[in-house]
Ligand binder design. Structure first.
Ligand code: SF4
Length: 303
């Protein structure tokens, strides 16, 4: 691992600890695994620093910055930290990708088709707005139908709305939603350029998993959405949406990152962002999946 990757890893580790309410690094208060991870990282940084320090002093900063810039250009990391020193570089890379991808979206998006789809989606929403087909209809505040482009290359599907979504009637607007938005943005696509929804449209109380009966009651809605949106790629977030479309799929840790087929649509399963918030060590795997999504999306928008 190189110097800049180590810095990012440690910064992410510290952010994670900070999110857990740890404001000062009291090593004794940390669980053993986290202590080991932090200490390993610091030791590696120190050993790298020693190597760098043996070089002529005037080259150190330039070399570090150069190396950092190269890494950022190769691999824009998914992070939750704000990296002041590289903000300009990262933004310019993302803007460049954004420009390319939007340019291609503009070319491939048929306005008329998009409007027809939008009307069709509105009709389904109206049909189900007061749905009481399963018990979730009784406890929900707002039905969370889905949002985004009506002619999207990619749709992201989670399992069901959480508390924030239930109040706002929008999918993925809480902490997990913010992470998902950052991850989508990290691969050069804006959230508005995709469509985001869930398998069940009403919040399961206490954020429990939706039951098979609730999923089956709600399934006609997501199936109609997919049919209308007709995306090039479906990204399933976590076990429940993955197994809904691919019943014989293994658990998400094995199923993730492997392209599958559901009827005429390609599917890439990956972790649910809520899982990533609880398990930061899974981030590099999620990033591999998002790189795959990015490559596929670039390929289809350029074909
Ligand atoms: S979860 Fe789906 S089936 Fe159940 S009440 Fe809500 S919209 Fe209807």
């Amino acid at each position: 691992m190189d110097y800049s990757s180590l810095l990012i890893q440690i910064a992410n580790q510290l952010y994670f600890l900070n999110q857990k309410g740890i404001k000062y690094l009291n090593i004794k208060a940390l669980p053993g695994l986290e202590v080991k991870s932090v200490i390993n990282g610091l030791e590696e940084i120190i050993s790298k620093e020693n190597v760098i320090s043996s070089e002529p002093r005037e080259n150190i900063t330039t070399k570090k910055l150069q190396k950092y810039k190269e890494n950022i250009e190769e691999l824009p990391e998914i992070d939750l930290i704000t990296e002041k020193s590289v903000k300009v570089d990262k933004n310019s890379i993302h803007n460049l990708k954004q420009k390319n991808i939007n340019h291609n979206f503009d070319q491939t998006t048929n306005l008329e088709d998009s409007q027809i789809k939008s009307v069709s989606l509105s009709k389904i929403l109206e049909k189900y707005r007061s749905c009481q087909n399963c018990a979730l209809g009784v406890t929900r505040k707002k039905l969370v139908f889905g949002s985004g482009l009506s002619n999207p290359p990619v749709i992201f599907i989670g399992e069901g709305p959480g508390a924030d979504e239930d109040v706002q009637g929008e999918p993925f607007v809480g902490r997990a939603g913010k992470l998902l938005t950052k991850m989508i943005s990290a691969i050069g696509i804006e959230r508005d350029d995709v469509y985001i929804t869930n398998i069940v449209k009403c919040r399961p109380p206490g954020n429990r998993n939706p039951t098979p009966a609730e999923i089956s009651c709600c399934l006609p809605i997501i199936k109609q959405q997919i049919e209308i949106l007709n995306p090039k790629l479906i990204v399933t977030l976590g076990n429940i949406p993955t197994k809904t479309f691919i019943p014989d799929a293994p658990g998400i840790t094995k199923a993730r990152g492997k392209m599958k087929q559901y009827e005429k649509w390609k599917i890439i399963p990956t972790f649910h962002p809520s899982y990533l918030l609880r398990n930061r060590t899974a981030m590099p795997l999620a990033w591999d999946d998002f790189k795959m999504i990015m490559e596929f999306t670039f390929k289809i928008t350029q074909s």
